[in-house]
Structures are given as C-alpha cells and as structure tokens.
Design a protein around this ligand. Structure first.
Ligand code: SF4
Length: 138
C-alpha cells in the first residue's frame, strides 16, 4: 500500500487487493477519515476488503508461546479471527509473558481478550503432558 497526502488534506492510497489472484490495483481517497472515493476494485468482495483495510486493518496473528511439561518448549498459537493491526505489538507483548501448561489440545483457548480486543488465542497444535520426572523418555 502506498500513501500520500495532498495539500487539500485528502489522503490518497493505492492498495493491491489480495482477495484473489487478479490483484486489482485500488485507489482510495480519504477525507477527514472517511472514504471519499474508491476506484479499481473489480468486484464487491474486493471493494469491501479494501474498505476494511483502509478503515480498520486487521491481521491474523500466529506465533508461539512457552509450553511447560511437554516434549517441546514452544506451542504454536493463533488468534481465532484477525485482530486490529495496531494492537499487534501489545498482543505480542502479552503472549511473550505467558506459559501454557500441557496437556493442551488443538483449539483450546490459551489466552482470552488479547490486547483488550475481546479476541481469544487458541492452540494451533496439541501437546500431551510429559512430566519432567517419571517421563517415558529413554
Ligand atoms: S477486487 Fe475482486 S477481482 Fe480484483 S483482486 Fe480483489 S477480489 Fe479479485
């Protein structure tokens, strides 16, 4: 996405729609935080996606968190739905601080209300418990 602000206060943005492989180039003009015009999107779905990207950009967040009492130290996790892009730094800070206790099953909620978004984080893999002592590791 490229940005530019003109002398009249209007902000011009060029996006590439990522909804389908056609990759339409979309030009958006914003005035006082509202969309004044949007051109170049060849379909309604792409148009709606570009409006979302300009007014409220969101991303799926996938990362790892510390895992205790398992056969590996990290657990892959992801948000249930995309979160606001500007909350990602705060979200990553919160997830760096937590540790999940095994056993955990794929889809289990491991963190609620990430960065105050109301969005939960779930395990992307299962991890059986493996106690430090008495484990069946050779
Ligand atoms: S605007 Fe429509 S046709 Fe163009 S890339 Fe987006 S989804 Fe595809």
């Amino acid at each position: 996405m490229t940005d530019g602000t003109r002398g009249d206060g209007r902000q011009h943005r060029r996006l590439t729609c990522t909804v389908c492989p056609k990759g339409c180039a979309v030009d958006v003009v914003l005035h006082n935080g509202a969309i004044e015009s949007l051109e170049g999107a060849a379909c309604r779905r792409g148009r709606e996606s570009c409006i979302q990207e300009v007014l409220d950009p969101r991303r799926m967040l996938s990362t790892t968190v510390r895992l205790r009492h398992a056969d590996r130290p990290l657990l892959p996790v992801r948000t249930c739905v995309p979160i606001p892009r500007d909350r990602i730094p705060q979200a990553m800070g919160q997830l760096r601080e937590i540790a999940v206790e095994a056993p955990v099953r794929m889809g289990d909620v491991v963190f609620r209300d990430l960065a105050g978004t109301g969005i939960d984080v779930v395990a992307a893999e299962s991890a059986p418990r493996q106690d430090d002592e008495g484990s069946d590791r050779p």
